[in-house]
Write a protein that binds this ligand. Structure first.
Ligand SMILES: Cc1ncc(COP(=O)(O)O)c(C=O)c1O
Length: 386
């Protein structure tokens, strides 16, 4: 062989690999098959890298454990997981009922792509109970989409009751379970058919990787989601899958800290004159607190509160004065964040009146005392501007 050929064929994958704690990060589009018969044996082995190699398989296995699922599919973002799961189970002529408090980009997908492909879309208020929701279903209703709690205004839905009623009518249910990160609430154990989460948030935990997952129990849904990924051609990189696996190892520990700090800050906010209501489910009088206590094993770091009514510029003064809290749309990372929600509420069928400007906080892993000091000085800026 000439040097040209030797350079192409030296330094290739070694077998067997040394055993590390985590899976190897196998980079591969091409998978080398052992013989001619194996080339088309797609059932019993991976024949192409897009199907996912060691890191992606390990992540799917770990997420199945987390979600109590029979099958998990991975997508390049949380939004792709939501849209991918919708595409996998809906067809032209079907109708989907979507909770009005849904994550806004999911709504945009329903209003544009789903409608363009002949799927009917209707929105229902988050407070609708199972009976009223069933009464709202029509003969074409194939799927009910839930998000509990809503990630801006924190309405909790009675998920087990809705899932049971839908199942009795042969209607599928899908939930965006990102707030619970698959950890605090187990939708599949409560009868939901498809549990979706943006791994980008708490599972990743470091605000630097995108990914989403859909978890299911029923064999026909495992097949439908697998086919959906295969047909559309989604793939996630082994490096990103490895980052998600790494995040999973500390998910429970981080979440306990997010929860403790967020409860402390929510209780403190409740005592402030600048604050109207605090939408944190662990506060006894918060909307949805009863459902949360019944179904969830804890809370994450994401909640909202209303500022007392004041001039619109006072809301901006409050946000602009924050020094430790960043202004940004994501959550689930180690850092604290804040946004004003009102511009997003306007896109809903019924925007709701929360009694004052709605501010969402993500409480990160910083010392909660420092975070309260930061909020305290931002309240001073709000008072000066009100
Ligand atoms: C509730 C909820 N679901 C889904 C997503 C989408 O996740 P991704 O950013 O990974 O697409 C987000 C992102 O903010 C979210 O807040």
């Amino acid at each position: 062989m000439t040097e040209e050929t030797r350079l192409i064929h030296s330094g290739l994958a070694q077998t067997p690999l040394a055993r590390t704690v985590g899976p190897p990060i196998q980079r591969g589009s091409t998978v080398l098959l052992p013989n001619a018969a194996a080339l088309y044996d797609h059932e019993s082995q991976v024949t192409y890298g897009r199907q996912g190699l060691a890191a992606q398989s390990a992540l799917m296995e770990a997420l199945a454990e987390l979600e109590h699922a029979a099958g998990v599919t991975l997508y390049p973002s949380g939004l792709a997981a939501l849209t991918g799961a919708l595409l996998a189970v809906l067809k032209a002529g079907d109708e989907v009922l979507v909770v009005d408090t849904i994550y806004k980009p999911t709504r945009r997908f329903c209003d544009t792509v789903l409608r363009r492909y002949g799927v009917g879309v209707r929105y229902y208020p988050a407070k609708l109970d199972a009976d009223a929701l069933m009464a709202a279903c029509g003969p074409a209703t194939r799927l009910i989409v839930l998000e509990s709690p809503g990630s801006l205004s924190f309405e909790f839905q009675d998920v087990p009751a809705i899932a049971a009623a839908a199942r009795a009518r042969n209607i599928l249910t899908l939930i965006d379970n990102t707030w619970a990160a698959g950890l605090l609430f187990k939708p599949l154990d409560h009868g939901v058919d498809i549990s979706v989460q943006a791994l980008t948030k708490y599972v990743g935990g470091h605000s630097d990787v995108f990914m989403g997952s859909a978890a299911v129990k029923a064999p026909n849904l495992v097949r439908a989601l697998d086919d959906g990924v295969l047909n559309i051609g989604w793939a996630v990189s082994p490096d990103d899958a490895y980052q998600m696996l790494r995040g999973l190892r500390t998910l429970a520990t981080r979440m306990a800290r997010h929860d403790r700090s967020a409860r402390q800050i929510a209780g403190w906010l409740k005592s402030r004159d600048e604050v109207g209501q605090v939408l944190h489910p662990a506060l006894p009088d918060a909307p949805g607190s009863d459902i949360w206590r019944r179904d969830y094993s804890g809370a994450c770091g994401l909640f909202a509160f209303t500022l007392s009514p004041g001039r619109p510029s006072a809301t901006a003064a409050f946000l602009d004065a924050l020094k430790i809290f960043g202004l940004g749309f994501s959550w689930g990372g180690f850092e604290s964040l804040a946004i004003d929600c009102d511009p997003q509420l306007a896109g809903r069928s019924s925007p709701g009146d929360y009694g004052g400007p709605l501010i969402r906080l993500h409480i990160g892993l910083e010392d909660p005392v420092d975070l309260m000091d930061d909020l305290d000085q931002a309240f001073a800026a709000w008072r000066a501007a009100t």
